[in-house]
Design a protein around this ligand. Structure first.
Ligand code: ACM
Ligand code: ZN
Length: 505
């Protein structure tokens, strides 16, 4: 009898225990989560309230309504003005001070989602979606969440040049990014293996440059029409994702050279690098970039700049002449001149540039952000007072295998989930006044060996670790706790159309 009583007391006690914060299984982990007893049950015709003046908030309310309806089968209604119950979306930058942050308070009768701005509300909705994704529940456990991003630049780079991906696939990538609170889609659209943007000014870029003859040619080739790109841009905007198109130069440009070989040095037949001595290289790039700016209307354009093959320009009479004419010390300084010409042109159009770190000791164009990809490059940039995005390949290149594999090149290091999770874009070795130059990070999927359907296995689950590196406070990170959430969140990722790596991670 005593035992039965003890069991009953124990069961009653357990049934009143709030869930543990870990049970919410939110990735990236919020800044604070405090659980309390009870649940907000989502009933049919549950109301979502927005103030009457908020057009953007109304759109966000509709987004929340559709997400909850799809998951639960309940009907929700969006309403203006106040009543006592339901879900309230509120903008209040005085209450939520951190840029893009949100506070979420779930009580039994009322949920209040307060945003620093519309983006904050959007991220709060992503959190609600993820809470609901735990299972078949039609309730939100009571809790109080305070949350905001660690960095403003939280990116994913997808290489569409080496293997081309469909428009629908790109949209599903954007959805996945939004659910992980990533906000920059760096679209690597132009490289040796293909030019992937419709060009009306230079049609051979598509006729030839988008259809190079290569391994897997059918699955590799194609280009996005201007109207497809605009559709993707609109979709990204609705998810608060900034798109940064990348146009490689002066190297990594075989697709351009196959289309317009007159842009090569006369001594570099079959090469992949613009001749920096020919005026027509500058003219072509300025025209091509202008067309891309007209299509994308970007805040930032990525101008590549990495891995120019050495020793090409020094054999070319026109490049040598340009070095003399501009009083440059060597080929590296010719690249510096070349990049400045194009970047200053872009800058005059009111667009910032981002470029892979290359010889930054020689100076960089004004308004340029440095993307470090070798270990330490971004710290070097920050110490020089340049804004930087730290995409250290050891931690963020998801084309690398997550376990030792014989079907990947020898030079690729193994990058497992734990290593990806250990990434800290701003190490303590930077001084306080240098840290502010680190804008964030990007993880990257280079697709030389990755077809569209294999993208998922390369990025999952490692992109979950990445999202935490750029969103969650470093002091909150704990690998064991993260691993538990990764396992719990897998069905949610699967229901969004993505599978995890099939081998070890
Ligand atoms: C790079 O990985 N070549 C930027
Ligand atoms: Zn040349």
């Amino acid at each position: 009898m005593k035992n039965t009583l003890a069991l009953v007391v124990c069961l009653i006690f357990l049934s009143y225990q709030p869930f543990s914060a870990g049970e919410l299984n939110i990735i990236p982990k919020p800044v604070t989560v405090v659980a309390s007893p009870g649940n907000f049950i989502i009933k049919n015709f549950c109301e979502i309230h927005v103030p009457s003046e908020g057009k953007e908030l109304k759109k966000l309310a509709d987004f929340l309504k559709n997400s909850v309806e799809n998951k639960t089968g309940r009907k929700l209604v969006v309403k203006h003005g106040n009543t006592s119950g339901g879900i309230f979306l509120v903008l209040n930058a005085a209450a939520v001070k951190e840029t893009d942050g949100y506070d979420l308070k779930v009580d039994e009768n009322k949920i209040t989602l307060t945003g620093n701005n519309n983006r904050g509300i959007f991220y709060g909705i992503q959190t609600l979606k993820m809470i609901l994704a735990r299972g078949k529940e039609t309730y939100f456990p009571c809790c109080k969440i305070t949350d905001y991003p660690r960095y403003p630049h939280r990116g994913f780079m997808l290489d569409a040049s080496r293997h081309f991906q469909s428009t629908n696939f790109v949209k599903s990538v954007l959805d996945m990014m939004a659910s992980l609170k990533l906000n920059v889609f760096h679209w690597h659209l132009i490289d040796d293996d293909g030019w992937r943007i419709e060009s009306k000014k230079y049609p051979k870029l598509n006729e030839i440059g988008s259809y190079l003859d290569s391994l897997n040619a059918k699955q590799r080739n194609g280009y996005y029409t201007q109207s497809e790109i605009k559709e993707i841009l609109k979709y990204a905007e609705s998810l608060y994702i900034k798109v940064i198109p990348e146009i490689e130069m002066p190297g990594h440009s075989r697709a351009v050279m196959a289309s317009y070989p007159e842009l090569l040095c006369s001594t570099n037949d079959g090469g992949n690098t613009y001749c920096a001595g020919k005026e027509k290289s500058y003219e072509f790039l300025k025209n091509a970039v202008s067309e891309i700016i007209d299509i994308f209307k970007p805040e930032i354009i990525h101008v590549g700049g990495d891995e120019r093959p050495k020793g090409i320009w020094e054999k070319c009479p026109e490049c040598k002449q340009m070095i003399v004419k501009k009083k440059l010390a060597n080929e590296d300084m010719l690249q510096n001149y070349f990049m400045k010409e194009i970047c200053n042109f872009i800058s005059k159009k009111g667009v910032k540039t981002l470029a892979w770190a290359e010889n930054i000791k020689d100076g960089i164009p004004s308004n340029q952000i440095v993307e470090g990809w070798h270990p330490g490059e971004s710290w070097d940039a920050a110490r020089r007072g340049y804004y930087t995005v730290n995409a250290d390949n050891w931690y963020t290149y998801f084309d690398y295998p997550s376990y030792p594999r014989t079907d990947k090149p020898d030079w690729m290091p193994v990058l497992n989930l734990e290593k990806a999770y250990s990434f800290n874009p701003t190490p303590d070795s930077l001084k306080e006044d240098e840290k502010k130059f680190v804008l964030g990070s990007e993880c990257a999927l280079w697709t030389e060996l990755v077809l569209e359907n294999d993208v998922q296995y390369q990025i999952f689950p490692r992109i979950l670790a990445f999202s935490e590196a750029v969103w969650s406070p470093e002091k909150n990170k704990n690998y064991e706790n993260f691993l538990g959430r990764v396992k719990a969140i897998k069905p949610f990722i699967n229901s969004n159309g993505f599978e995890f790596e099939k081998g070890a991670w």
